[in-house]
Design a binder for this molecule. Sequence first.
Ligand SMILES: Cc1cc2nc3c(=O)[nH]c(=O)nc-3n(C[C@H](O)[C@H](O)[C@H](O)COP(=O)(O)OP(=O)(O)OC[C@H]3O[C@@H](n4cnc5c(N)ncnc54)[C@H](O)[C@@H]3O)c2cc1C
Length: 424
Amino acid sequence: MSVASQNSPPQNQSNNTKIRKVDIAVIGGGIAGKACALGLAQLGLQTVQIAPDLGDPVPPPTGPQWGQRIYAFSPSTQKLLAHLHIWDALEHTRIQAVRDMRIFGDRGEGSDQLHLSAFEAGTPQLAWIGESNLVEGILDQAVRFQNKLGQIADTVETLETDADGATLHLKNHAPIQAMLVVAADGANSATRKSIGITASEESYSQSAVVANWLCTQPHLETAYQWFLPGGDIVAMLPLPNKQVSMVWSTSPENASDLLLLKQSDWDSKWRMLAGGAIGKQLGTLMLNSTPAAFPLRKIRANRFIGPEHDPKVVLIGDAAHVMHPLAGQGLNLGLRDVAVLLNVLSKRESFRPINNVTLLRRYERQRQGDTSALLWVTDRLKKLFSGSSNAERQLRNFGLGFVNRSHFIKRRLIERALGDIDFE
Ligand SMILES: Cc1cc2nc3c(=O)[nH]c(=O)nc-3n(C[C@H](O)[C@H](O)[C@H](O)COP(=O)(O)OP(=O)(O)OC[C@H]3O[C@@H](n4cnc5c(N)ncnc54)[C@H](O)[C@@H]3O)c2cc1C
């Protein structure tokens, strides 16, 4: 996508004849974009959502095989989905509540363990684990009943902003004029680049291999994570029906090898990995999905609104920030962007239009602290557990044990993981 000046000629003459005017255009069809578009329409704002993958509604998952993309949903996400009237519509037999988290250091000693418990924190659960297409499917169903929301299956090619708002030129449809644009177009956000927002970006030189497993021993509603010597991280997240979802962060070379393993190769992997601790905890593991790998990186946009001189675009979700999945928080953070944007717009003073700069700055200010803190913590943890010197090993393993003994720090950690949003 490129940014066009106000005087540049139309991209596609035949598509420029009828301009469609809306209050808000949301670019992107991931969960952040879908939840945001629905929430904006529920506020009574005429909204259009544009993404190439909006063609057919996502069918909610059925059957014994769980979807490939599994997420940990934090209580802040649950609150947003409930606010959007989505949470109760989800098929709850496909969602697993997490009551405990157990994180193990790389010496394999019992004292290098951090245990976070919902019971100790006085909360019914720490998180829920569920499929991406479960949430996407219900969001798609909700959109059908929303007459303030239109969806266009297309790509935004250029975007121009002026004092009144922004005009989006699409590949195959007429242009759209919106007072405000929400960019939810993912980690490589072309919108972010086109409005001149720079981003700091760093590759972790790791990929995450994800797969679902049937296990013979109960997972005890516990999310397990093993930090392994050499920097690999293996998370096993509980799913209903004695299943677990694996997220194994490892070198890209090892990730490619893991994708090719057969069940018998995996059996010997589990016997060796983390000194056999994973098998001891979960029993025999049977592959129950096709493994897939995702490259891992950190991205933080330097501004969340733009262009700088007269902002008319708001970044949300991975367009604004991408983090290592070790804390399972990327989407949760993106959905907190959505919650804050909905709050800022719904509580605006009657004299402020929705693209008023004071409102947009309120959004940006409220999102900066949460984003920076979470990106910093996950990045530090990732790097601390990748270091191979003796001092680093001792520090991290001592750190796990120390935090485990401190109820105060554990409470703060849990509060951060639960997230905090409020709707009035
Ligand atoms: C292995 C792994 C595990 C993870 N686990 C968790 C977890 O447990 N919990 C959690 O909270 N997060 C997790 N995450 C993070 C989570 O996957 C992302 O944060 C989330 O998917 C981002 O959603 P999004 O809607 O912002 O972007 P995306 O899902 O990337 O959507 C971007 C959308 O923009 C569209 N688009 C792009 N360009 C254009 C254009 N020019 N015009 C129109 N549309 C466009 C795309 O088609 C797409 O629809 C994990 C990530 C990984 C890699």
